[in-house]
Design a binder for this molecule. Structure first.
Ligand code: PMP
Length: 407
C-alpha cells in the first residue's frame, strides 16, 4: 500500500500546529477521542449555517434537503460497515447508548430469571454496566470469558461457557486498554452454533479495521462517531433486521410512532422506532463526512501506517528499563498501555502533558482489566493516521524525563 501523506493530513488538524504549553502538541490519545479534521468541521458548520432545520418534518424544501443529507449520512455508515440495508442503522448518542438500547429492549424481552449473559474479560464499562443493570432487574447472571497474561481471550472453554441459558454474548472487537484485536468472527460462529446472538463493541475497531458486519455475521455492532474522526453526540447501532424488528421501542416521543390516540399508539418501523425526538442532525452529517475522510485516506493505508508506528513504539518503549507493556497480544491495534516501576500513571500523564504529549492515564473505564493485571491504572498512548515517528520519540523522551524526575 502507498504511504499516507502525513504532512498534508496534519494540515487538516489546526490543534497540531498550535503551540500547547509552548510546545508542539503531540496527540497520542486518539483512543479516548479522535481529533476532528477540518473537512468534517467545515461540513458541520456549512450544514448548521445554511442548511439546518428539523428532519422528517413538513414539506418545506429546507426540511426535505436536511432530511436528504441526514439520510445520506446513514447510507455512508451502511456502506462503511457493509450492512445490507439502511433500515439496520440506528442513530444513537454513542456506543454507550447503543448498548443500553439493546439491553433495555432486546435484553428486557429475552433475558429472564436464571439466564446468563456472557461478556469478555476486557470489556469497557459500557459493555458491562448495562448488562449488570439488566441482570439485577431480571435475576440473571453475568459470566466472563477469561484472558491470559498477554491480554488475549482464552477461548478453550468458550463452548462450555455458552450454554442453554446464555441469551447473549458481548465482546469488544478491539480492547481500548490492551489494543488486542479479538477473533470476533470465530466467537460469533461458536455462539451461533449454540443459537446465541452476539453484540460486538466496535468503538475501538472502526477507526483501524475494515469492518464487514455481514462477513462477521454480527447480530449487533455498535460504535461512536467521536473515535472515528467525527463529532461527539452521535453513534451507531447496527442490528440484524429480524432482531431489530422484534425489539420493543425504548424511548417514546415524536418520530418513533405511526399513530397516536389516547387509547393506543402504534410504532414506526425500524430504525425510526428507536429514534424518538429530534436527532443529532449536524452530528450525523459530520459522521458521514468523517467516513468520507477516512475512506479517502484508505483504511488499508491507515492500518499500515499505524502498524508501523505501533511496532516502532513497542520496540522503543520495551528498551526503557523499568517499563512494562500491558497487553502483548499477537493481534493488536495501535494502542499501548504501560506501567513504570514506582511511578503512578497520573504522575506520568501530568509530566508528559507539560511536555506537550497527551496520553491517557487511569483505568480507561475498564476496571476489571486493571484487576486482572493487578495494577491500579496504566498510561496509554494511542496512535492515529496523523502521528509520526517523531511523536513516538517525543513520548520516549518524555518518559525518560519522568524517570529522571522520580530518581
Ligand atoms: N467501548 C469501548 C471499547 C470504548 O473504548 C469506549 C470509549 N472509551 C466505549 C465503549 C464508550 O464509548 P462512548 O463513551 O463514546 O459511548
Amino acid at each position: 500500500v502507498l504511504p499516507l501523506d502525513v504532512p498534508g493530513i496534519r494540515r487538516d488538524f489546526p490543534a497540531l500546529t498550535t503551540p500547547f504549553h509552548g510546545k508542539p502538541l503531540i496527540y497520542l490519545d486518539s483512543a479516548v477521542s479522535s481529533l476532528t479534521p477540518l473537512p468534517v468541521v467545515e461540513r458541520m458548520s456549512r450544514y448548521q449555517s445554511f442548511e439546518h432545520t428539523n428532519v422528517h418534518r413538513g414539506v418545506s424544501t429546507l426540511s426535505q434537503e436536511a432530511t436528504d443529507r441526514f439520510e445520506e449520512a446513514r447510507e455512508k455508515v451502511r456502506a462503511f460497515i457493509n450492512a445490507p440495508s439502511v433500515k439496520q442503522i440506528v442513530w444513537t448518542r454513542g456506543t454507550t447508548e447503543s448498548i443500553n438500547l439493546v439491553a433495555q429492549t432486546f435484553g428486557r424481552r429475552n433475558v429472564h430469571a436464571g439466564d446468563e449473559i456472557l461478556l469478555s474479560a476486557m470489556e469497557h464499562h459500557a459493555d458491562i454496566v448495562p448488562w449488570q443493570l439488566l441482570a439485577e432487574e431480571r435475576g440473571a447472571t453475568l459470566r466472563v470469558i477469561p484472558m491470559n497474561d498477554d491480554g488475549e481471550l482464552i477461548l478453550d472453554g468458550l463452548d462450555d461457557l455458552i450454554n442453554e441459558r446464555t441469551r447473549l454474548v458481548g465482546v469488544t472487537h478491539v480492547s481500548n486498554v490492551l489494543g488486542t484485536i479479538n477473533p470476533v468472527k470465530e466467537i460469533i460462529a461458536r455462539a451461533h452454533a449454540k443459537g446465541v446472538p452476539v453484540l460486538v463493541d466496535g468503538a475501538q475497531a472502526v477507526p483501524h479495521l475494515h469492518v464487514d458486519v455481514v462477513d462477521l455475521d454480527a447480530d449487533f455492532y455498535v460504535f461512536s462517531g467521536h473515535k472515528l474522526s467525527g463529532p461527539t453526540g452521535i453513534g451507531v447501532l447496527y442490528g440484524k433486521r429480524e432482531l431489530l424488528e422484534a425489539m420493543p421501542p425504548w424511548h417514546g416521543g415524536g418520530s418513533m410512532i405511526l399513530s397516536v390516540t389516547w387509547e393506543k399508539t402504534t410504532y414506526a418501523p425500524v430504525p425510526a422506532r428507536f429514534e424518538a425526538g429530534t436527532p443529532p442532525i449536524a452530528q450525523a452529517i459530520g459522521l458521514g463526512a468523517a467516513i468520507d475522510y477516512v475512506t479517502a485516506l484508505g483504511l488499508d493505508r491507515i492500518a499500515a501506517h499505524e502498524h508501523a508506528l505501533l511496532a516502532y513504539a513497542t520496540e522503543r518503549l520495551q528498551a526503557i528499563p523499568g517499563l512494562r507493556i500491558i497487553g502483548t497480544a499477537r493481534e493488536k491495534a495501535s494502542v499501548i498501555s504501560f506501567v513504570l516501576d514506582g511511578i503512578h500513571p497520573h504522575d506520568i500523564g501530568s509530566i508528559l502533558d507539560h511536555e506537550g504529549v497527551v496520553v491517557r492515564a487511569g483505568h480507561h473505564c475498564a476496571q476489571p482489566v486493571m484487576t486482572r493485571f493487578q495494577i491500579p491504572a496504566t498510561t496509554r498512548a494511542s496512535f492515529a493516521y496523523f502521528n509520526t515517528r517523531e511523536d513516538v520519540d517525543a513520548l520516549v523522551s518524555g518518559i525518560l524525563k519522568v524517570q529522571e524526575i522520580f530518581q
